[in-house]
Design a binder for this molecule. Structure first.
Ligand SMILES: Cc1cc2nc3c(=O)[nH]c(=O)nc-3n(C[C@H](O)[C@H](O)[C@H](O)COP(=O)(O)OP(=O)(O)OC[C@H]3O[C@@H](n4cnc5c(N)ncnc54)[C@H](O)[C@@H]3O)c2cc1C
Length: 479
C-alpha cells in the first residue's frame, strides 16, 4: 500500500473535538448504528465499499426479474443526509490496526475512538471456491443481476436448442441449499415458468422448467419449527419444485452438479448453501477470537475481548450469550445490534457503562412463490403461532415493505407486486451482458442458417448428450 493520506477534514483530530466513531459497513447493522448516532455528541464516519445499502431479503426478487435493483437499494449518502455529524466514504477497509486505532483502506487511513465493524458475510463453498463461477451465490446486487442473466439466458438457450437433452439441461435450474434464500429462489423461478413467460416462447413450454433444491440436511428451512419446514416442503412440491433433502453436492461445473453421486445436467446452478464472515475480521489478529465461520466471538455488550471501544455486529459476529448458540444471521438481529452498539457508545462517551445486548425475536418468515409462505410469529410470546400459505404470505409482504429503506422504494415495490400479482408480469427481464454464455453452451454446429451448400437448416446436432458439451467434461471427474 503506497499512499496513506487522509482527507483534509479528517486531518488532525484536535483535542476537544467530539470522539470519532468509524462504522465499517452500511448494511443492516452499520446503517442502523449510524442512524442511532445521528444526534449523539460524536463524529460518525460511515465506510462502505458500495455506495448503497442493499435490502438483501429482496435480492432474490431482483434475481428473478420481479424488481429492479434500485427498488431494493438506497444510496447511503441520501439515507444519512440529514445527519450533520455523519460523513460517508466509499472505501474498502483492508486492515484494522487495533493497537493504533486505525483502519487502512486503499488510499486513506481512518483513525477512530470507537469502531463498529458490520461487514456482513459472503457465501462459502466449503473449500471449493472453484465452484463459484459455475454457481453464483446471492449477497449483493451484482450477484442478483448475474443470476438473472444466467436464468434468462437459459430460457433463450432452450428456445434455440435443437436437441432435447440440451433443452432439458437448459430448463433445469438447480439450487444448492434449502434455507430461506434457496426456497425463495426456487419458488420464484418456478413461478416465472408457470405464470410469467407462458406465452413468450414458441419451441418449448416454460411451465416444464424443472427446479430442484438440493439440501444436505434432512429438511428444508431447518431453522424453522418442524411443522413449518414440512409445510414449506409441501408448498414447494405443490408448485412443482423437486425437493431433495439429505443430498450432498460433491461437484459443480458448467454442465451441472453431482449430487449423491448422480450427475444432474443443468445450465443454471445457484449457490444458497453456506456463509463465511468477511476476511477483514482476520486482520484483527489474535485479540479477536473467531469461530469456524470466521465470525468474531463477541462479549455480551458486542465488544471484542480487551477492546471495549470495538464492536462487531450482525453477520460478522458470533453472539452466543442468549441460549448458548450463536444468534442467526438475520436482519432483525443485525438491526437490533446496531441500535445496541450505538447506545453503548453513547453510554461510554458520557462516562457510563456499556450494557449487554438482548435479542427480541419477533419471528421469521420465508416465502414460497405466489401467495405461499410460512411464518413463525413472536415465538418468545406465543409458543406456537405458526402461519402457512396465504396468511403467511400477506404477513411476509407487510413486513418486507415495512423494513425496506426509503419511502419511494416502499411505494415502488408495492406497485410492482400488485402489478405482478394481478397480471403475472415480471418486467425486469433484460439480458445486458455479452451472450457468450449462450454461445458457450450452444451445440457445436449451431442453428444453421440456410446456406448455398446446405439449403435446409442443418440437422439437429449429433448426439450432443454423448459427445458435445453436454456430457460430463473431463474436469468433472476430479470433482
Ligand atoms: C439472499 C438473502 C436473503 C435474506 N433473507 C432474509 C430474510 O428474509 N429475513 C432476514 O431477517 N434476513 C435475511 N437475510 C439475512 C440478512 O440480510 C443479514 O442477516 C443482514 O444483511 C446482516 O446485516 P449486516 O449489517 O451484518 O451485513 P450486510 O447487510 O451484509 O452489510 C454488510 C455491509 O458491509 C459492507 N462491507 C463488507 N466488507 C467491507 C469492507 N471490507 N469495507 C467496506 N465495506 C464493507 C458491504 O458492502 C455491506 O454494505 C438474507 C440474506 C441474503 C443474502
Amino acid at each position: 500500500m503506497e499512499t496513506l493520506t487522509r482527507p483534509n477534514d479528517l486531518a488532525a483530530d484536535l483535542p476537544g473535538l467530539p470522539p470519532r466513531v468509524v462504522i465499517i459497513g452500511g448494511g443492516f447493522a452499520g446503517l442502523e448504528a449510524a442512524k442511532a448516532l445521528g444526534d449523539a455528541p460524536v463524529r460518525v464516519t460511515l465506510l462502505d465499499r458500495r455506495n448503497h445499502h442493499t435490502f438483501q431479503p429482496l435480492l432474490y426478487q431482483v434475481a428473478t426479474c420481479a424488481l429492479a435493483p434500485a427498488q431494493i437499494a438506497a444510496p447511503l449518502r441520501s439515507v444519512v443526509r440529514e445527519q450533520s455529524n455523519t460523513e460517508v466514504f466509499l472505501a474498502e477497509a483492508r486492515q484494522i490496526d487495533l493497537k493504533n486505532q486505525s483502519i487502512l483502506t486503499d488510499d486513506i487511513v481512518f483513525d477512530y475512538d470507537y469502531l463498529i465493524l458490520a461487514v456482513g458475510a459472503r457465501h462459502s463453498y466449503f473449500g471449493h471456491d472453484e465452484w463459484e463461477k459455475f454457481a453464483p451465490g446471492l449477497k449483493a446486487v451484482e450477484d442478483a443481476l448475474e443470476i438473472r442473466q444466467r436464468m434468462l439466458a437459459a430460457f433463450e438457450l432452450a428456445e434455440k436448442a435443437t436437441d432435447e437433452a440440451e433443452r432439458r439441461a437448459a430448463l433445469t435450474f438447480v439450487i444448492v441449499g434449502g434455507g430461506p434464500t434457496g426456497v425463495e429462489m426456487a419458488g420464484a423461478i418456478k413461478e416465472i415458468g408457470t405464470y410469467s413467460m407462458t406465452e413468450d416462447f414458441r419451441h418449448f413450454d416454460p411451465a416444464k422448467a424443472r427446479v430442484i433444491i438440493l439440501e444436505g440436511s434432512p429438511r428444508v428451512l431447518g431453522a424453522f419449527a418442524e411443522d413449518l419446514s414440512e409445510s414449506a416442503r409441501r408448498q414447494l412440491e405443490e408448485i412443482g419444485v423437486e425437493v431433495r433433502t439429505g443430498t450432498r453436492v460433491t461437484g459443480v461445473d458448467e454442465f451441472g452438479v453431482i449430487a449423491n453421486g448422480e450427475r444432474i445436467e443443468s445450465r443454471t446452478v445457484i449457490w444458497a448453501a453456506g456463509n463465511a464472515a468477511s476476511p477483514l475480521l482476520r486482520t484483527l489478529g489474535s485479540d479477536a477470537p473467531l469461530d469456524k465461520a470466521g465470525r468474531a466471538i463477541v462479549n455480551p455488550d458486542l465488544s471484542i475481548p480487551g477492546h471495549p471501544n470495538v464492536f462487531v455486529l450482525g453477520d460478522a459476529a458470533n453472539f452466543s450469550h442468549q441460549g448458548g448458540t450463536p444468534l442467526p444471521g438475520l436482519s432483525p438481529v443485525a438491526m437490533q445490534q446496531g441500535r445496541c452498539a450505538a447506545a453503548n457508545i453513547r453510554h461510554l462517551v458520557a462516562g457510563g457503562q456499556a450494557t449487554p445486548f438482548h435479542y427480541f425475536d419477533k419471528g421469521s418468515m420465508a416465502t414460497i412463490g405466489r401467495a405461499r409462505a410460512i411464518a413463525e410469529v413472536f415465538p418468545t410470546i406465543f409458543k406456537r403461532l405458526h402461519l402457512s400459505g396465504f396468511m403467511a404470505w400477506m404477513a411476509w409482504l407487510f413486513v418486507h415493505v415495512l423494513y425496506l429503506v426509503g419511502f419511494r422504494n416502499k411505494l415502488g415495490v408495492l406497485a410492482e407486486w400488485a402489478w405482478a400479482y394481478l397480471l403475472n408480469y415480471r418486467g425486469s427481464r433484460l439480458i445486458t451482458r455479452d451472450i457468450g454464455m449462450l454461445r458457450n453452451f450452444s451445440p457445436p454446429s449451431p442453428y444453421a442458417l440456410p446456406t448455398a451448400s446446405n439449403p435446409k437448416t442443418s440437422p439437429p446436432m449429433a448426439s450432443t448428450a454423448a459427445s458435445g458439451p453436454v456430457g460430463p467434461p473431463a474436469a468433472s471427474s476430479a470433482l
